[in-house]
Design a binder for this molecule. Structure first.
Ligand SMILES: Cc1ncc(COP(=O)(O)O)c(C=O)c1O
Length: 379
């Protein structure tokens, strides 16, 4: 028997409290009982994002909230700058194009982050920008993009919104939109919020709210105005993902009990353990500015990453591969959400075994030792 351990950057493992909540008999949503749970959950989301403003939940995967961010706050022809540094940057671009926005596609080599001078150049020649769209953590390349600089740039313009996909950063970092200067922040359930897929979440600022009346793009299911009216009173416009919301109430409690400072620190240590162990084994990281949600690493020359993933699975570890031109070249190891320190020792150990079995000249235990040292020095 081999146990399968999930180390993919979404979905991620579920805590027992969440599994228990999901296993309960369903309740009806048009009841005071559900309203009470919904309002509790909404308040916890506000705590997570350190805001008193509206934080909406949609029954959809994360992409639904991305679409909501476009159709509720923009108009056809609006000029937007997309920081496109990977698969999900491409999604902002494609969504913008789908709804007729005037997209400036700032393409960045996968694994790198944006260049501040380039952003300044784009902004200088396009002072009429209505939005800057970015991933906080670009999961396809495991790269973190700094938001503060973009927030300052956005504020310097007449009427520009900073739109952030925080799908793999909320619950890993303290992502406080009001402090950072984010106008629209979206996230999804199946990452650091430690739930199955099916819920997406959207925050919008006071500045963004002013756009709601002006936006004429078609919307029905993803209407922020319709949902806002209902959700502030503990109901949703359509049938909500009842059990996922009940489970979110539990997972947010775990996050708030840990505390956002501790949570951020734990993710930093998990990421450091993984990254430093990979480097100790002589492997090269993909990202020049890695995110603490997952680590992307090249397999050595001559070892196909997808075959390597199958080898890892035989040992009991499921990691993700690369997308598009990175397919067969990298593996991605998650450490967001329900992970602790020994989990990382486990995955590093499995990688050492798989490297050895593939004939790579590996000093067994070198990566594990590095991860252990980081644990000892930090916890
Ligand atoms: C950064 C980022 N954005 C968007 C998405 C798309 O979310 P979903 O697959 O839930 O629609 C993902 C999913 O992996 C992601 O990691």
């Amino acid at each position: 028997m081999i146990k399968e351990r999930l180390f993919t950057p979404g979905p991620v493992p579920l805590p027992p409290q969440v599994i228990k909540a999901l296993g309960q008999q369903i309740i009806h949503h048009r009841t005071p009982e559900f309203t009470n749970i919904f309002l509790q959950t909404r308040e916890k989301l506000q705590k997570l994002l350190n805001t008193n403003r509206d934080v909406l939940m949609f029954a959809s995967s994360g992409t639904g909230a991305m679409e909501a961010a476009i159709v509720n706050f923009f108009n056809e022809g609006d000029k937007v700058l997309v920081i496109n540094a990977g698969k999900f940057g491409e999604r902002w671009r494609d969504l913008g194009n789908t709804f007729g926005l005037n997209v400036i596609d700032y393409q960045i080599e996968w694994g790198k982050t944006y260049d501040k001078d380039k952003v300044n150049d784009y902004v200088k020649s396009n002072p009429d920008l209505k939005g800057i769209l970015v991933q906080h953590s670009e999961t396809s390349t495991t790269t973190l993009h700094d938001l503060k600089f973009l927030a300052d740039v956005s504020k310097s313009l007449d009427d520009c919104l900073l739109v952030v996909d925080g799908i793999t950063s909320v619950g890993v970092y303290k992502v406080y939109p009001e402090e950072i200067g984010i106008d629209i922040l979206i996230t999804g359930s199946q990452k650091a919020l430690m739930l199955p897929p099916g819920l997406s979440i959207l925050y919008y600022s006071e500045k963004a709210e002013k756009r709601l009346e002006k936006s004429k793009l078609p919307k029905y299911y993803f209407s922020v105005k319709a949902e806002s009216k209902k959700q502030s009173k503990g109901q949703t416009a359509y049938t909500p993902a009842i059990n996922l919301i009940i489970a979110l109430n539990e997972s947010l409690q775990l996050i708030l009990d840990e505390g956002l400072d501790n949570l951020e620190r734990r993710h930093q240590i998990l990421a450091d353990m993984t990254r430093e162990a990979m480097k100790a084994l002589g492997l090269k990281l993909l990202s020049e500015n890695p995110s603490n949600s997952a680590t992307g690493v090249f397999t050595p020359d001559g070892i196909d990453a997808d075959k390597f993933r199958k080898d890892l699975l035989k040992i009991g570890v499921r990691v993700a591969g690369g997308q598009d031109h990175l397919k067969g070249k990298i593996i991605r190891i998650a450490h967001m959400g329900y992970f602790d320190y020994l989990d990382m020792i486990e995955v590093v150990s499995a990688i050492e075994i798989a490297l050895y079995k593939n004939g790579y000249n590996v000093e067994m235990g070198k990566g594990v030792k590095k991860a252990q040292e980081i644990y000892i020095n930090n916890v």
